[in-house]
Design a binder for this molecule. Sequence first.
Ligand SMILES: O=C(O)CCC(=O)N[C@@H](CCC(=O)O)C(=O)O
Ligand SMILES: [Zn+2]
Length: 402
Amino acid sequence: MSSGLKALASEFYLSFGRYIKNSNHLSRSRTYRDFVVTLIWLDKAIEQRRSSIGYLWKEEEQIMKAFDLLEATLGHEMTPGESWQDDINLWQWLDEGVLLVEPARSADSRNCDRAIVLSCGIHGNETAPIELLVAMIKQLSQVPRRLQSRVLFILGNPKAVAQGSRFIDENLNRLFSPQQKQLQPANPEQRRAAELMWMVDQFFSLSAPHQRRVHYDLHTAIRDSEHPFFAVYPYSEEGFSLSAVARLQAADVDTVLLSHAPATTFSHYSHAYHQAEAFTIELGKVKPFGDNDMSKLEPLKQLLEQMLFGQWPTPALNEQTIKLFGVTRAIHRQQQDFSLCFADDLANFSRFKKGQQLAQDGNVVIVAEHDGEAIVFPNRNVAVGQRALLTVIQSDPSILKD
Ligand SMILES: O=C(O)CCC(=O)N[C@@H](CCC(=O)O)C(=O)O
Ligand SMILES: [Zn+2]
C-alpha cells in the first residue's frame, strides 16, 4: 500500500467506523465487504485524483442513508433474497418491488400483534401512493423505529410505473384469484399477479393466529370525484366492520363503497382468502410524479404510522360525516360498440334520476334504476368483458357492524 494511501486509509477507516455505526440498512458483514472492496479501489484511484475520493464518499453516504423503494425497484439495485438489518429491524427484499420489514429479534417479531400489507403502483400511473410509501420507507431506513407490525411493502407493477401507464398488457387489478394462480402467465401482468399472490400468501401464512391482518391497496382515480378520498370495501360475507371504516375516516377517507359481490381485485383477494381488513383506497386523482399535493395524504400517513408503530388505532365513527354507498351494479362492457352517455369529465359519485340513460352497450340501453343512483369508475375504454362502471346508492351507517 502506498504511504499516501496508508494515511488516507486510517482517516477513511475512522470515518467508516462512524459510517458502520450509523449505517441503517446494511448488515455489518456487507458493510465490511464494501469497505474492503472500496479500499482496493482506493489503492488504484489514490494516485490519480485524491480530490475525487471525498466526492465519491459523499455520494456513497447519500445512497446508503435512505432506502428508496422506487429507485431500488426500477434501477434493479437489489437481488431477490437480499436482506440487511438496522439496529431494530430486519429488511428483506423478497422480489422486485416487494420489501418485508419486521423486528429483527424473532421474539419481537412473534410478539407483533399485526401483519400489514401496504401496496401501491398496482396501476403504474397512480403516483401519489407511490410517493407516500417511498417517503415512509425512506424515513424508516433513516431513523429506525420499533415496529409493532410485520410489514410487507409492495410496488405493484414496476414495468407499468417505468413507462407511466396504467398497465402494460392487461389491468393487473383484475387478476387476483386462485384460478389465475393455476394458469400459465401469458403477459407481464399475469406473471406479476401470480408473484404478488404468492408473496401475500407467504406473508399471511407466516403470521401468528393472534396477529391482526390488514391490507391497504393504495390507488388514485382517473377522474375527479365528488368525494376525492374514498375506499372500496370488498364483498364481505360476515358484513362490513364499523371499526375498520372508522379507521379510514380517521385518515380523511370519508367515503366507502360497500361491494355487493366478490371481485378479482387485490384487496378482495386479501380479504377473501386471508381474512384481512382490506380496502382499495383512492387518494385523489391520477397525476404525474411531483404534481401530487402530498399534504392531503398527511392524515393517512399518520394513521399508517400509528398502525405500524403505535397502539392499534380504535377511533370512533362519526356517523354524521361518514358517507357510505352500497354498490348496486357492476356493469361490464359486452360489445365492441360501447359508449357512456355522459361527459368524460363527469365526476365520480355524480347522481342520476331513475330512467336516465347511463350507457349503451351494442343494442342494450343501460339506465339508472333508482333516483339518486350514482356512477363510480366509469371507463368506456375497458376491454370487452371488463367492468366499465359501478352504480351505487347512498346507504345508512346502521349497515355497519362490529
Ligand atoms: O378511476 C378509475 O376508473 C379507476 C381507479 C382504480 O384503479 N380503481 C380500482 C378499484 C378497485 C376496486 O374496485 O376495489 C380499479 O379499478 O382497479
Ligand atoms: Zn388504480
